[in-house]
Write a protein that binds this ligand. Structure first.
Ligand code: SF4
Length: 760
């Protein structure tokens, strides 16, 4: 097994402080400025800070939180982690052949993820030949030829896997899926397979659209916002400004999560000098310390009490909405009555007193928004989690009206847009028909590989070429050692990347690194400077245009890479003039406008400074489901029982982390400094195992008789429900079984891993 895939099992110098009770403020400003000044040229940093998320500027390469439609702050429309993201991308060092001649792949594998990311921007294309220990330079032409040779040597196109991360713009993503489909496969796994796929499945079935229904304005006008299984303070920090605005307008916030997170306790808006001096705005009116995977039980306990009140008063449910817009109400109520309130509340691990506070808010308000993230989607029963929250919104009529609806918060800046423009292993037939009509070839209608399927196929040698645009595949996926073997089985692995990461070190027999422009950089092609576009979490498409000169003259844009590979691979058998798109991205958008609904007049509307909204049926109560209505669903309580000594583990990010990118070694809000090999445990669970803070332990996961191991973690006592624990990813992805994923959605169940903990 390829241990190069694992983060080195070495400790730094752990310091533990009390967890923060306030977020952002001076601490956030100084951390952001510290990163920018340490890793960037300050002139570049200043230029970027005036353009990030501004109208006509560039889209933050971090999360997918939307920007306000109206005025944007002249002080800066970004957060601490947005600035860390650009400090990572626009860092002032580059690496090329000299660096790779000096450092072998094996040596680089002994570096931490933080060190790899901070080694510098990749400056030229690189090739690792079979049996060699060092990457060496290769020309773009030869690199394209090599990819083409491998792809064309496959027995059939389904032996190739084409992965996409959420960084890829609409233009690059559309061309990429077009190339893959013309090549002859639907194998288009992407990072949404690992995050909100479960949301997409549940929302499509119940509301007819796999995206959220609310806008920023709805958040400002909501009476109640429930934030469940999400840590916005670290993962979507500007969401806290929206929650603050909601509170200022009289709204109430319910935070539901196994860990109390600083961002949901209090937020000190760095843009508000008075708040900076007076200490910020309390965010959560109620905090619910939910048991890991207690979500369905929690929602059922609310639903049962609402039903009881409805029977008493007849004024709790929105009957007009239910009658006119929904399907399945009667069956839902019959099923709900088979559950017992006390059992549900116990399974949720929530006290009666806290429940009563939550219930009071839900009962007495009708403009309710529910926001969520991976805390709900990364379980075997993830689809049920989301279907159950939709049941609650439907009963209250809290969908398709101002201040109410669904808000799945997307993690990577264009993960939603990539899916919209066709990065989908199971694209609808209507979309494939439009591709056929426009380009004159018949795309494969066979379901392609999701991430889980792709790993299995590579492991079983059914897939032999892995091509990834963006991301850090090996660090993002579950079951690290199995997945590493899968990649090693390939004849060729290719990564289109801006920086070095662990995926470049876990290779097939041959490997290529193709360095590309980042969001922050200008993109000049034959017809002049190009603009690209992205879609945020609320379905708004806007332009993004880099500001800095590229860090190397040997970089290509992702669009140019895709066109180059398509041209080299498909040659005379293509119906498409690939090189024309590379010269002028307006032509790509003209094609998207023809093929993808909602993009009519794309080039014209992209000039609207704040962007344009894509159609969203759920937002206007047009539910494009099979029944033509919003569907109630029947969801079961998940059945899992911990044996003696077992804990349920969820993987989390540190505050110095964005997806698999490690900005630093601290987790300031949780009081952790200079260490990532941490397990957060309830103090009673520590006591039962005679463990002390800082003690070194080994972790074992248990799934269907198979044990997986991750050694050398330090215990930190934390405010987390008994029997629950939390660890950072990617360090503990090795414990997440590949076979444990969301039913029907295949999102890895990284938030409910059964483990035991042993002193080392
Ligand atoms: S909230 Fe997200 S998109 Fe906005 S600046 Fe922060 S990381 Fe970037």
């Amino acid at each position: 097994m390829d241990k190069k895939a694992l983060t080195p099992e070495v400790f730094n110098d752990l310091k533990i402080k009390a967890p923060a009770k306030n977020s952002a403020g001076f601490g956030g400003v100084s951390s952001a400025v510290g990163h920018a000044s340490k890793y960037m040229n300050m002139v570049d940093a200043l230029k970027l800070s005036f353009k990030i998320n501004q109208k006509g500027g560039f889209d933050c390469p971090g999360c997918a939180w939307p920007d306000p439609d109206d005025e944007r702050s002249s002080l800066g429309e970004y957060c601490e982690n947005g600035l860390k993201a650009i400090a990572e991308e626009a860092q002032n060092k580059t690496i090329g052949h000299a660096f790779f001649a000096k450092h072998s792949v094996d040596e680089l594998a002994s570096w931490s993820d933080f060190e790899l990311g901070k080694s510098g921007r990749l400056a030229e294309p690189l090739f690792l030949a079979e049996g060699e220990s060092h990457y060496r330079p290769i020309s773009w032409e030869d690199a394209f030829r090599k990819v083409a040779t491998h792809l064309n040597a496959l027995n059939n196109p389904d032996e190739a896997v084409f992965y996409t991360s959420g960084r890829t713009t609409n233009e690059a993503a559309f061309l990429y899926q077009l190339f893959v489909r013309e090549f002859g496969t639907s194998n288009l796994p992407d990072c949404s397979n690992m995050c909100h796929e479960a949301s997409g499945k549940a929302l499509s079935e119940t509301l007819g659209i796999g995206k959220g229904s609310v806008t920023l304005d709805d958040l400002y006008k909501a009476e109640v916002v429930m934030v469940i299984g999400q840590n916005p303070g670290t993962n979507h920090p500007r969401m806290l400004s929206a929650l603050e605005k909601c509170k200022n307008n009289g709204g109430k916030i319910i935070a539901v999560n196994p860990l109390p997170e600083a961002g949901l306790i209090k937020f000190t808006n760095p843009q508000n000098p008075i708040k900076l001096l007076t200490g910020g705005t309390p965010i959560a009116d109620v905090f619910v310390p939910l048991m890991i995977n207690g979500d369905v039980a929690f929602f059922k306990s609310i639903l049962l009490k609402l039903l009881e009140k409805e029977a008493e008063t007849g004024r709790v449910f929105d009957k007009d909405f239910i009658d006119e817009y929904t399907h399945g109400y009667h069956d839902f109520i019959v099923d709900l009555k088979t559950y017992n309130f006390d059992d549900c509340l116990k399974a949720a691990g929530v006290s009666q007193a806290i429940f009563d506070e939550v219930f009071d808010l839900i009962l007495n308000n009708n403009k309710i928004i529910i926001c969520w993230a991976m805390g709900l989607t990364q379980h075997e029963n993830a689809v049920d989690n989301i279907r159950e929250l939709v049941n609650l919104l439907l009963l209250k009529g809290s969908i398709g009206k101002e201040g109410a609806g669904t808000c799945p918060v997307r993690g990577h800046s264009n993960v939603q847009g990539d899916r919209t423009v066709g990065i989908w292993e199971a694209a609808p037939q209507a979309f494939l028909d439009k591709i056929e009509a426009k380009y004159g070839f018949k795309p494969s209608a066979k379901q392609g590989y999701s991430v889980i399927d792709a790993i299995k196929a590579m492991y079983e040698k059914k897939a032999k070429v892995f091509f990834g645009v963006g991301g850090n595949f090996i660090s993002a996926v579950p079951d690290t050692l199995y997945s590493a073997q899968a990649l090693s089985n390939c004849s060729l692995t290719v990564h289109v990347s801006t920086k070095l990461n662990r995926s470049h070190l876990v290779t097939g027999k041959e490997a290529l690194i193709l360095p590309c422009l980042g969001r922050t950089e200008k993109d000049f092609q034959k017809t002049g400077e190009q603009v690209q576009s992205v879609e945020n979490s609320m379905g708004i498409v806007s332009s993004t245009k880099g500001v800095l000169e590229p860090c190397s003259t040997d970089l290509l844009s992702e669009v140019a890479v895709v066109c180059g590979i398509a041209h080299a691979t498909l040659k005379g058998r293509s119906n498409i003039d690939w090189l024309k798109y590379k010269a002028d991205y307006n032509l790509v958008r003209d094609d998207i406008a023809e093929v993808v609904s909602g993009f009519e007049d794309y080039n014209k509307r992209l000039k609207i400074p704040s962007g344009f909204y894509l159609p969203n049926g759920a937002r206007i109560r047009q539910f494009k489901t099979q029944t033509g209505k919003a569907n109630f669903t029947l969801n079961k309580l998940p059945k899992w029982i911990l044996k003696d000594g077992e804990l349920i583990m969820m993987t989390i990010r540190s505050h110095d982390q964005f997806n698999t990118t490690i900005y630093g070694m601290n987790d300031r809000y949780r009081g952790i400094y200079n260490e990532r090999r941490i397990i957060f445990m309830n103090r009673n669970d520590m006591k039962a195992r005679h463990l002390k803070d800082g003690q070194v332990v080994n972790l074992k996961s248990h799934y269907k008789g198979k044990i997986r191991t991750a050694n050398n973690f330090k215990v930190v006592g934390y405010d987390i429900p008994k029997s629950c624990c939390a660890t950072y990813f990617p360090e503990t992805n090795v414990l997440v079984p590949l076979e444990s994923f969301a039913h029907t959605a295949k999102t890895p169940a990284s938030k409910s891993v059964i483990i035991t903990v042993e002193a080392s």
